[in-house]
Design a protein around this ligand. Structure first.
Ligand code: T3D
Length: 261
């Protein structure tokens, strides 16, 4: 039987999805992309899961595309087809999960591996983390959502610099750019990421998912359209149990007990 390339575990409302090809720094091949998308979909479908942590086994988060597949370029499939078949479903599953997501980035996040981290809602970086727009080093353009996420997160000038130079961005520099939420000691990366995930999981998770959607919409809409979109979402969320609970907890001067419904 083929070795699993992704591990899935769920407890206390948190699913942890671990990319698990440490001998190749969790580089992405067909099996890993398929298994990661399946693990994320499983987390999305599990009503008990309210937040997802994505991480990598060993000394890397993910080194991007498995370059050993290009050892014989003549027989390698076209990257355009590979992106559509392998990476796009993975990124779209991650972004469309309907639950908050946290990337726990230890070691290197390169190429499409960096894109995976960017596609998560929040990023916790170990102090040994390095983010690399590695695409330029092999003569490609940023992909797997990097052209969408990176300029929106760090601004046009910095995105071009990172993408054109392909130099590593260390954890502190990523923090200064706002790319990561916090930097923690490598030894406590998962613990810290899960602590953040627990906080999100205890929140109004449906409103959190709609917040992501609304910000993405707002980034490409004009003001009138964004105002309209917000009003539609608020009308739906006002019918939610979480909204009733949020208002009740305010009136009763107590902590809210949100359920994501
Ligand atoms: O068709 C398509 O798929 C198109 C899609 C493209 C999307 C992309 O992601 S393009 C970008 C692809 N990624 C890269 O270009 C990064 C390549 N890797 C590196 O530059 C370096 O390995 C790192 C900077 C990530 C880490 O450097 P370092 O010195 O810490 O580790 P290392 O010694 O280079 O790597 C350790 C092992 O992992 C090594 O194996 P070995 O020689 O000990 O057997 C190395 O070959 C392997 N490895 C690292 N990255 C990849 C990889 N194996 C396959 N694919 C990799 N991407």
């Amino acid at each position: 039987m083929a070795k699993e390339t992704v591990r899935f575990e769920a407890s206390e409302g948190i699913a942890t999805v671990t990319l698990d090809r440490p001998d190749r720094l969790n580089a992405i091949d067909d099996a890993l992309a398929r298994d990661a998308a399946a693990a994320l979909a499983r987390a999305g479908a599990d009503g008990a899961v309210r937040c997802v942590v994505l991480t990598g086994a060993g000394r890397a988060f993910c080194a991007g595309a498995d370059l050993k597949q290009f050892e014989d370029p003549a027989s390698a499939p076209s990257p355009g087809d590979v992106l559509r078949r392998r990476y796009h479903p993975l990124i779209e599953t991650l972004v469309g999960l309907g639950k908050p997501t946290v990337a726990a980035v230890g070691g290197v996040a390169a190429g499409a591996g960096m894109s995976l981290a960017l596609a998560c809602d929040l990023r916790v970086a170990a102090d040994d983390a390095r983010f690399i727009q590695a695409f330029v080093r092999i003569g490609l353009v940023p992909d797997s959502g990097a052209t969408y996420f990176l300029p929106r997160m760090v601004g046009w000038a910095k995105a071009l610099e990172l993408a054109m130079l392909g130099e590593p961005l260390d954890a502190q520099a990523a923090l200064a750019l706002g790319l990561v939420t916090r930097v923690v000691p490598a030894a406590s990366l998962l613990e810290e990421a899960r602590a953040l995930a627990r906080r999100l999981a205890a929140g109004p998770t449906r409103a959190l998912a709609e917040t992501r959607r609304a910000l993405a919409y707002g980034a490409r809409a004009d003001l009138a359209a964004a105002l309209d979109y917000e009003a539609d979402l608020q009308a739906q969320l006002a019918l939610s149990e979480d909204f009733r609970e949020g208002v009740a907890s305010f009136r009763e001067k107590r902590e809210a007990r949100f359920t994501g419904r």
